[in-house]
Write a protein that binds this ligand. Structure first.
Ligand SMILES: [Zn+2]
Length: 86
């Protein structure tokens, strides 16, 4: 089974023209080329993964900042607490 590249209707493999809209369908060679191109694009997206890494870095930076803020607050409280009252 295949799908028309023009109207998207499902039709049998190997036909040259869509029976719904009459659009000429790609041949086997073109289909194979399109499939390999799609696989390459998918592989490139999968292996690059830059947005995912960026998100991880941003999340880590925010987490570190929050921990630093927390540590600073605790230090501040400790200093207040330990301040000698003359
Ligand atoms: Zn069609």
């Amino acid at each position: 089974m295949g799908f028309c590249i023009n109207c998207g209707q499902q039709h049998q493999d190997g036909i040259r023209f869509c029976r719904f809209c009459g659009n000429q369908q790609p041949g086997e060679q073109l289909l194979a080329r399109l499939r390999s191109e799609a696989e390459q694009i998918h592989y490139q997206r999968f292996s690059a993964g830059q947005p995912h890494n960026q998100n991880n870095t941003m999340a880590r930076v925010q987490e570190t900042r929050q921990q630093a803020d927390l540590a600073a607050q605790q230090r501040h409280q400790n200093q207040q607490f330990r301040q000698p009252r003359w």
